[in-house]
Ligand binder design. Sequence first.
Ligand SMILES: [Mg+2]
Length: 175
Amino acid sequence: MNKITVCNPDEILSAINKKFSTQLDNLTIICDIDETLICSSSLIKHKYKGNDPKFSLRGPTLSIEGDEIVVCHRDMPNFLNNLLDQGVKILFVTKRSDSGKEFTYKQLNAIQIKNPIVLFTNGDNKVLTFCDYAGSLKGNLVVIDNLINNLYSFESIFGFPRHVNRVLLIEANFV
Ligand SMILES: [Mg+2]
């Protein structure tokens, strides 16, 4: 199955164009939230001990209800919003629980994601939650996630020959 690792949204766009060319209106993007779109500031500080090699690519740091987050790659919100404007369906799928729903929407609004739709798996497998939600795979699918195991779980369901040309798995190496 087609799986690539990217360091910026331009590389995501190139991969989408290469695989699906102009069929953007037929495309659904499943995007992870934590460490793909936003990250806690303390995690980055802890990981890099105050010397973040990707500092120049980070988006703004925001404080929401006392919790400080940073946009992992500053271009991601615009990149997603632009695709949304072109008719791409975007679904955020997170292992966060339903109890964090209001807070999650606050965070996505704060980084100016347009009309976000979020599926909360409550720690469960992402692809099974997506299948429950979507019924079946319609059109083409791009999955963007920082965790390879989450991508593999999509491959376990959509890796069959009948799906393989319709699914692109993207490992986001932004943090
Ligand atoms: Mg993640």
